[in-house]
Design a protein around this ligand. Structure first.
Ligand code: PFF
Ligand code: NA
Length: 442
């Protein structure tokens, strides 16, 4: 059977932007920022998004479109080396690891959405009475595992539909809805009294906070930058492998990065003014910060329940359009390399991830480790490998692929880009990796 491709010009961009825009923008970002010193973290994060994330995104695109295969097959094929194939194969593990914690958070979202929807019938959404205690009670345990399975099933259903009728169709519906609803909510929130303090908190850039602890924020900030763009996991190799047109990869990459950053900013313009207008401290750290704070804010608002439905609906769509891209990595590996049917691959992987994810949903300490350090390490290590591959194994071929379909301006940046991905960025990433490992060993 011929390998599937994207059906439309915008299909690829929407799918890749859908992968990028997700819980990373709305849930992990505020949590990581609060935990790592606020604006200093934000600054390092933005620099890494631009200097590492975007060129890295391009590196994955180049590999994927060149090979038209999954990360394992791509690295193996293009190099003729089994070792590189094994390196690419780690992507399948990364996809499983990512989904093992992301599915748990997705389950929280679905639960909050469901509770918001049924609120009018049950006499008020259950989380409203005491948001902190509610989150504490439901975030880990058997029920959390059950909602996580629900989220996984939805993810599996979309991926089962294939590239065009599953992923492309799904993101074509979900992404515009996410954008429109978030903008609408940001406008509405701006009319609330007390919202101004939220803008001040979010947009005030206090460079004074960068002090001696720079090295302790470098690893998490770099990890978050890669996470938010879905770079280092092989998702972008996989999605680019379904391209059959010579579109401009630098252009597409820039659009995706802009959309991702835009959604992050707009989400901030919803979340922080909403919290401040209700006098809620956004710095009350931990992975629950978003759920506790937002639920508390809704509780205080007239019409807050409708807003809650919209908000958790948006977040559910954003989460699903990312989780499908995580599942598609190992699915593509099994379909391309082992010749499995998509159905069989999705079934087997769901069984595996249902198991690992359930363990994660029962163990908060494991969840923290997977969602934080493990993911940072896998994405950083993965991107180092992909970039060294593009720079040293593909070399001039990478530049040729980069230039194909790109305008003359982009073409001129081919060689500088190659130097960046072959030398400068890997060095930087190795350094951040060492700070992460070093700090953990302390
Ligand atoms: N970029 C997604 C987010 O911000 O939520 C998360 C993600 C998706 C990371 C896919 C890695 C990945 F391969
Ligand atoms: Na993101």
């Amino acid at each position: 059977m011929a390998r599937e491709t994207w059906g439309t010009r915008t299909g690829f961009i929407l799918a890749a932007a859908g992968s990028a825009v997700g819980l990373g923008n709305i849930w992990r970002f505020p949590w990581m920022t609060a935990e790592n010193g606020g604006s200093a973290f934000l600054l390092v994060y933005l620099v890494v998004v631009l200097g590492v994330g975007v060129p890295g995104l391009l590196g994955e695109f180049v590999i994927g479109r060149r090979a038209r295969r999954n990360p394992m097959g791509a690295l193996g094929d293009l190099s003729g080396s089994r070792r590189w194939a094994a390196v690419g194969g780690v992507s399948a593990i990364t996809g499983v690891a990512l989904l093992s914690f992301y599915g748990v958070v997705g389950g929280w979202i679905l639960r909050y959405l469901l509770v918001s929807l049924t609120g009018p019938v049950t006499g008020g959404a259950a989380y409203l009475a005491d948001p902190g205690a509610y989150f504490e009670a439901v975030s880990f345990g058997v029920e959390a595992a059950a909602f996580h399975l629900l989220f996984l099933s939805l993810t599996g259903l979309i991926v089962l539909g294939g590239v065009r009728r599953g992923i492309e169709l799904g993101t074509k519906v979900m992404m515009p809805a996410v954008l429109a609803l978030l903008v609408g909510m940001a406008v509405w929130v701006s009319t609330r009294q007390g919202a101004g303090a939220g803008y001040d908190f979010f947009l005030a850039f206090d460079l004074g906070t960068i002090r001696g602890d720079f090295f302790s924020i470098l690893g998490p900030a770099a990890g978050q930058a890669l996470f938010t763009l879905s770079v280092g996991a092989g998702t972008m190799i996989t999605y680019a492998s379904y391209l059959d047109e010579d579109r401009s990869l630098p252009f597409d990459g820039s659009v995706i990065a802009l959309l991702n950053t835009g959604v992050g900013v707009i989400a901030g313009l919803v979340v922080f003014p909403l919290l401040f207008s209700q006098g809620i401290d956004p710095g009350s750290g931990g992975p629950g910060a978003l759920f506790v704070g937002i639920a508390g804010a809704f509780a205080a608002l007239p019409g807050g329940e409708l807003l809650a439905i919209l908000f958790f609906g948006v977040v559910a769509f954003a989460a699903l359009s990312s989780s499908i891209s995580m599942l598609e990595i190992p699915v593509a590996v099994l379909v391309d390399e082992a010749g499995w049917s998509r159905r069989r691959a999705v079934g087997a992987l769901l069984a595996l991830i249902a198991t690992t994810g359930t363990i994660t949903a029962l163990r908060p300490a494991l969840f923290d480790f997977v969602a934080g350090t493990l993911v940072d390490l896998l994405l950083t290590g993965g991107l180092i490998a992909f970039l060294l591959f593009a720079g040293w194994v593909l070399g001039r071929d990478a530049v040729a692929e980069y230039a194909t379909g790109a305008g003359p301006i982009a073409t001129r940046f081919g060689t500088p880009w190659l130097l960046a991905v072959g030398v400068a960025i890997p060095l930087f990433l190795v350094f951040t990796l060492m700070t992460t490992l070093g700090l953990d060993a302390r």
